[in-house]
Design a protein around this ligand. Structure first.
Ligand code: ADP
Ligand code: ZN
Ligand code: ZN
Length: 762
C-alpha cells in the first residue's frame, strides 16, 4: 500500500566505507522538518547501532522496503549546516568518499560518538583576597609560589596555564584547599589587555597589507616571504582587521609548526583568547574548541590539518601558514588537502584566504602566476636579522670524521667558542641506515617489506627507546646500535651478534643517522651541551619544548631531523650544518626537487634569526648538481621556475591532474586482478570523457603497476594512475568509476583507496 505523499524518511550518512546512505523512519521523534538536516541521529544498524547525520529528507520509499526507525534524534538543532555542510558534501564529491566517512573525519571524536555538544565557557584560576595577601609568603621556588605569581595581575585561563607550566593543577589544588585560589568561569569572549607591541611595519609589509585589504569577498593571496620576513606579523594584522569587523579567524599551521611559542605569540598580540586544535589535544578539549567555534564564542582558532573542518558561523579570514607543508595532506582515510579545502571554504564563505610560505608549493605559485591569487613578496628579513651566508662544502675526496667534514667541525668549534648554538641537520633518524656484513655482503633488511627485487634496509637504532641527551646524558648509541627497526612498517629485531649468513663478526653499521652523529659530536665536543631532536626523543608532545628550554640561551649543539626545521625560535643559533643532502638529489619522485629545496631553505632559515649573523654550511658530494646550483644562485624563485618548466614538459602537476587507485593485499595476484578489472571498468569512461572535449580531455591511464614500495608490512602493493590536463574530465571519469569499484568481486580481497591529487606516489 502506498504511503501518504507527506510521509518523509530520513536519509542518514553513516560512517561506513560504503558508497551510499541509509534511510530510516523518524519513529517517535517525527514528523521531520527541513531543519532536521545536519542533526545527528542514533540508528540501528546490523546488530548494533551507529551515529550518523541526516543528509536529506526523502519521500518514504514506495518500493515496499521495510524501513527501520531511528533510535534517537541527538541534536536539538543542526550540528552541521550551511556552508560547512555544503563544504563536506564538496569533500565527498571531490575526493570520491562516502559523506558519512567525511563527516566522521570532520567531527571531533566525542561528537562522532554521539555525545552532546560540550559546554564551552572557559575556566580561569584567580587569587582570592586572602591569596593576594598570602602570595608573598609562599615558599620561594615552589610551584604554589610560581602559580601565585602568575595570578598576581588577575585571573588566568586554564588553557594558558597549561601552556605556561605543567604542574599548575597540583599547585592550584593545594592553594584552593587553603582558600587562596579559586576557579572562575569566564565567558569565552573575554577581552584581555591587548599587547600593543606591534612593530611599525616595514615598507614591504605595509604594501603587502594594503594588498590584503584590497577588495571584498573571496580572494586568495599568496605571501611569499623568506623566513623572518614578517609573514606572521602580517597574519596578525589581518586577523586584527578581521576581529575588529566582528568576524572569526581560522589559522592553519603544519603539525610541527604549532608550538607553544606560536600560540603565545598569537595570544599576546591579539588580546583575545586564542583556541587551539591539534592532534595532541584530548578528545574533550577538541570537542570544546569545535563547539566554541560553532557557537561563535571562539573568535580565533589556530590548528593543524583537521582544524580546517571547524565551524565558522561568522567567518572573516582563513590563514594557511607554510602552505607548502606536506602535513596538510591527509595520508589515509579521506585524503583531503587542508590548504585546498581552505580555499574551497573561503570561496563558499566569501572571505579572504592568505597562504604564506618562504617556499610556496608549485601549485600555489602556478595559480599566482596565472593571476588567480594575488602575490606579495617579502624579500628581506624584518627587524635586525640578516640573511645567513650559505657555503657549499665540497667533500669529494676529503676525509670525513663520522660523516662530518673538517670545515664543519671547525665551524661548530668556533660557534661554541663564541658561546652560540649550532645545528646539525640530517634527515635520517636512528644510528645507521644499514647494517652490513663486511665479509659476505649480507645486510639487514625487513622481511615484511622487501621483495626479491627490492630490499628495504632496516635502520640500526641505539636503544629500544631513545632519549634526549642534554649535556651529559648520552644515549646508548655508544655501543653502536642494538635494535633494528624498519621505518616503513615498524618491525623490530635485535641486532644479530654475528652475520646470519656467514657467521662473521664483521657486521658494520653503514651511513649515519642522527644518533650516530650525536655520538660523534659528543666525542668531539665532550664539554658541549648536546640535544638530539628526532621522532625518538620527542615522542611526548612537549618534549622538544622542554629540551630547548633546558638549553635556553646557553651555547650548545642541536642535532636532528626535519623536526628542527621550523617552529621554534632559536635566537642564539648562528650555524646550521646540513649533512646528507645527497640522498635527496637523485630520487624518482617528481616532487623530490621541490621538497628538497623547501627543506633546505627551511633549515637554513633557522640560522641567524635575531641580531647575530648566521651561517649555513652545506656538505655535499655533488656541488655541481643543477638543483643546488640553481638554488644557490637564484634562490627558491629560480628553482621553482626551473621545476615548473620540467613539470610542464613532463605533464605533471600543476599542469596535469592526478588520481591514484591504490590497492594492497597479502597476495600479489589479488592486487593485480583487482587493478586489471578496475582498469577494464575505467577505459570506456575515460573514452567518453575524451569524446566530449577537443583533445585536451584526454585521460591517461598508467598501470596497473607495482607501487614504488612494492611491499609493506607483508602486503603487496600496486596502483593505477590517472592523469588528465583537465580537472573536470578527470573528476567526471572518477565519479562514474569509483562507485563501480565497490561492486567488483575482486575488490573484496584487497584494501583499496582513491587518492585525488596525491602528493607522493608511495
Ligand atoms: P616570518 O613569519 O616571516 O618568519 P615573523 O613575522 O615571525 O616572520 O618576523 C620575524 C621577526 O621579526 C619576529 O621576531 C618579529 O617580531 C620581527 N618583526 C616582524 N615585523 C617586524 C617589523 N616591521 N619591525 C620589527 N620587527 C619585526
Ligand atoms: Zn656475512
Ligand atoms: Zn618493514
Amino acid at each position: 500500500m502506498p504511503h501518504p505523499s507527506a510521509a518523509l524518511a530520513l536519509r542518514v550518512a553513516l560512517p561506513l566505507p560504503l558508497p551510499r546512505e541509509f534511510d530510516y523512519l523518524p519513529g517517535s521523534a517525527g514528523p521531520p522538518a527541513p531543519d532536521w538536516i545536519g542533526r545527528r541521529v542514533r540508528v540501528p544498524f546490523g546488530r548494533g547501532e551507529q551515529v550518523g547525520v541526516i543528509s536529506a529528507l526523502v519521500p518514504v520509499d514506495e518500493a515496499g522496503l521495510e524501513l527501520k526507525a531511528i533510535s534517537g534524534l541527538l541534536d536539538p538543532q543542526p550540528l552541521l549546516e550551511g556552508e560547512l555542510l555544503e563544504s563536506l558534501r564538496w569533500v565527498a564529491r571531490y575526493y570520491h568518499a562516502p559523506l558519512g566517512e567525511v563527516i566522521a573525519t570532520c567531527l571531533p571524536t566525542a561528537l562522532r560518538a554521539g555525545q552532546a555538544l560540550p559546554e564551552t565557557c572557559t575556566y580561569a584560576q584567580m587569587l582570592t583576597p586572602d591569596g593576594l595577601e598570602a602570595a608573598a609568603k609562599l615558599r620561594r621556588g615552589s610551584n604554589t609560589r610560581r602559580l601565585a605569581e602568575v595570578l598576581q595581575s588577575g585571573p588566568v585561563e586554564e588553557d594558558r596555564l597549561d601552556q605556561m607550566f605543567e604542574s599548575w593543577r597540583t599547585a592550584a589544588r593545594a592553594l584552593a584547599a587553603r582558600g587562596l585560589v579559586e576557579r572562575v568561569a569566564l565567558p569565552t569572549a573575554m577581552e584581555q589587555a591587548a599587547d600593543d607591541a606591534a612593530p611599525i611595519l616595514t615598507d614591504a609589509q605595509a604594501e603587502a597589507l594594503a594588498t590584503l585589504r584590497e577588495g571584498t569577498g573571496f580572494r586568495a593571496c599568496l605571501i611569499e616571504g623568506v623566513t623572518g620576513s614578517g609573514k606572521t606579523e602580517l597574519y596578525l594584522q589581518a586577523i586584527r582587521d578581521c576581529l575588529a569587523a566582528g568576524k572569526q579567524a581560522l589559522v592553519l599551521v603544519p603539525e610541527i609548526g604549532l608550538t607553544p611559542q606560536t600560540l603565545s605569540r598569537f595570544r599576546a598580540r591579539l588580546g583575545l583568547p586564542v583556541h587551539a586544535m591539534h592532534s595532541g589535544l584530548a578528545d574533550g578539549a577538541r570537542a570544546r574548541a569545535w563547539a566554541a567555534m560553532w557557537r561563535g564564542e571562539a573568535r580565533v582558532l589556530v590548528g593543524t590539518r583537521s582544524a580546517v573542518f571547524a565551524p565558522l558561523p561568522e567567518a572573516g579570514l582563513i590563514v594557511v601558514d607554510e602552505e607548502h607543508d606536506g602535513s596538510y595532506k591527509q595520508q589515509d582515510g579521506i585524503r583531503y588537502h587542508a590548504r585546498d579545502l581552505a580555499l574551497v571554504r573561503g570561496k563558499a564563505l566569501g572571505i579572504p584566504v592568505l597562504l604564506g610560505s618562504a617556499t610556496p608549493s608549485l601549485e600555489s605559485l602556478h595559480n599566482a602566476m596565472a593571476g588567480r591569487y594575488a602575490h606579495v613578496r617579502l624579500n628581506q628579513r624584518a627587524g635586525k636579522a640578516r640573511p645567513p651566508q650559505v657555503r657549499v662544502l665540497d667533500v669529494r675526496k676529503r676525509p670525513l670524521t663520522h660523516g662530518l667534514s673538517k670545515e664543519l667541525l671547525d665551524g661548530i668549534a668556533r660557534c661554541l667558542e663564541r658561546g652560540e648554538q649550532a645545528l646539525v641537520f640530517k634527515n635520517r633518524r636512528g644510528y645507521a641506515p644499514v647494517l652490513l656484513c663486511h665479509d659476505c655482503g649480507w645486510s639487514a633488511h625487513c622481511r615484511r617489506c622487501s621483495t626479491p627485487m627490492q630490499a628495504q634496509a632496516m635502520t640500526l637504532h641505539g636503544a629500544a627507546h631513545g632519549r634526549a641527551s642534554v649535556a651529559t646524558g648520552r644515549t646508548a648509541g655508544a655501543i653502536g646500535g642494538r635494535t633494528l627497526i624498519c621505518h616503513h612498517c615498524g618491525a623490530r629485531a635485535a641486532r644479530p651478534p654475528s652475520c646470519p649468513d656467514c657467521a662473521s663478526l664483521a657486521l658494520q653499521p653503514q651511513g649515519f643517522g642522527t644518533e650516530r652523529l650525536e655520538e660523534a659530536l659528543a666525542a668531539r665536543f665532550p664539554q658541549a651541551a648536546l640535544i638530539r631532536v628526532d621522532r625518538e626523543t620527542t615522542r611526548r608532545r612537549d618534549a622538544l619544548q622542554k629540551h630547548l628550554q633546558e638549553l635556553g640561551d646557553a651555547s650548545g649543539i642541536l642535532v636532528g631531523t626535519q623536526m628542527l626545521a621550523k617552529g621554534h625560535d632559536l635566537p642564539r643559533l648562528t650555524l646550521v650544518g646540513v649533512v646528507g643532502v645527497d640522498e635527496g638529489l637523485y630520487s624518482a619522485d617528481f616532487r623530490a626537487g621541490e621538497k628538497l629545496a623547501q627543506l633546505l631553505i627551511q633549515v637554513a632559515g633557522r640560522a641567524g634569526r635575531a641580531e647575530l649573523p648566521g651561517e649555513v654550511l652545506l656538505q655535499t658530494h655533488h656541488p655541481d648538481h643543477p638543483l643546488l646550483a640553481t638554488l644557490l644562485v637564484g634562490g627558491y624563485p629560480a628553482l621553482a621556475a626551473s621545476e615548473l618548466a620540467q613539470r610542464e614538459a613532463a605533464g605533471f602537476p600543476p599542469y596535469a591532474h592526478l588520481a591514484l587507485l591504490r590497492a594492497e593485499a597479502p597476495n600479489e595476484g589479488d592486487v593485480q586482478l583487482f587493478l586489471r578489472e578496475a582498469k577494464t571498468v575505467l577505459e570506456p569512461l575515460s573514452r567518453r570523457e575524451r569524446g566530449r572535449g577537443e583533445g585536451s580531455n584526454d585521460i591517461e591511464i598508467h598501470g596497473p603497476m607495482a607501487a614504488p614500495m612494492a611491499r609493506r608490512a607483508g602486503r603487496a602493493r600496486g596502483q593505477l594512475m590517472l592523469s588528465s590536463p583537465q580537472r573536470p574530465a578527470l573528476q567526471a571519469a572518477l565519479a562514474g568509476w569509483v562507485p563501480a569499484l565497490y561492486e567488483l568481486k575482486s575488490a573484496r580481497k584487497v584494501r583499496w583507496s582513491i587518492d585525488v591529487d596525491p602528493i607522493d606516489l608511495y
